[in-house]
Design a protein around this ligand. Structure first.
Ligand code: 4G3
Length: 249
């Protein structure tokens, strides 16, 4: 999969994307990444990329012409069809379902805005989709672009070490993740759950599913309303709730 990121801060994108899971995906050519700086598409001596908003008020707006040229150059750089995505608080809220949707495209151009955003006419004519990583405002779209790239990259075949680990993770099945433990087997007097030391993989899988259901019920009950539990899952959750009640009384 190919990402082209349009940004006034290409180093932020390149440095961050060079590390960890995404960095390895780039090194092994499972992901291609190129950054595009609108400042390189200015023609005035001052290389201006911002301008004052019509109607007045505080803050600046990204200049329309350098951005249009940057988007067009990025889109035309490879023949492959592409979706042009703008990261903004006004966009569709990104969740794992949205991530899976975006991962079907072989190429995404991500526009990371600065200042108060971009001219509305660019949005209408040059942007295919507007996405948000959450209901808060940041000083730029770079972190949202990195968040989107990371989440999409993890869904691509061969990007995670363990082929199936993306699917077992939080949210993929619509549930929160189960708890994790590592050595030592007793820490601050608290022992690891016995079942995890039995080596009985079937029992461990059942325990983990029950924990995932229980943690979701405790911390994010809204997620349970969105999915249909199997009979088996419902009885695991019932057991979990019963055990919680027993602990309390
Ligand atoms: C456009 C995205 C871009 C308009 C970008 C601010 C948060 C998100 C920006 C605007 C951003 C998000 C840049 N902040 N929630 N800042 O995904 O008002």
């Amino acid at each position: 999969m190919r990402f082209d990121v349009i940004t006034l801060f290409p180093e932020v994108i390149e440095k961050t994307a060079s590390m960890g899971v995404v960095g390895r995906a780039i090194s092994s050519d499972k992901i291609q990444l190129k950054t595009w700086n609108p400042r390189d598409f200015t023609e005035d001596v001052h290389r201006r990329v911002d301008d004052r908003p019509f109607g007045g008020g505080p803050g600046m707006v990204m200049k329309i012409e350098p951005l249009r040229k940057t988007i067009q150059s990025a889109v035309e750089f490879v023949k492959e069809s592409t979706k042009v995505i703008y990261l903004s608080p006004q966009g569709r809220r990104l969740d794992q379902q949205g991530v899976n949707y975006l991962s079907q495209f072989s190429r995404l151009v991500l526009l990371a805005g600065r200042y108060e955003g971009i001219d509305e006419r660019l949005l209408d004519d040059y942007i295919d989709e507007e996405w948000s990583i959450g209901d808060f405002v940041l000083s730029g779209g770079e972190l949202p672009a990195l968040v989107l790239m990371d989440a999409v990259a993890r869904t691509l075949p061969g990007v995670l070490g363990h082929e199936c680990s993306a699917n077992e993770d939080s949210f993929i099945a619509g549930l929160l993740d189960h708890p994790h433990y590592t050595r030592p087997d007793v820490f601050d007097g608290v022992a690891v759950p016995d079942v995890l030391l039995t080596g009985d993989h079937k029992k461990i899988a059942t325990w983990r599913e029950k924990q995932a259901l229980g943690k979701t019920w405790q911390k994010r009950p809204d997620l349970l309303e969105k999915i249909e539990l199997s009979k088996h899952q419902q009885s695991l959750l019932d057991e979990y709730i019963q055990e919680q009640n027993n602990l309390k009384s």
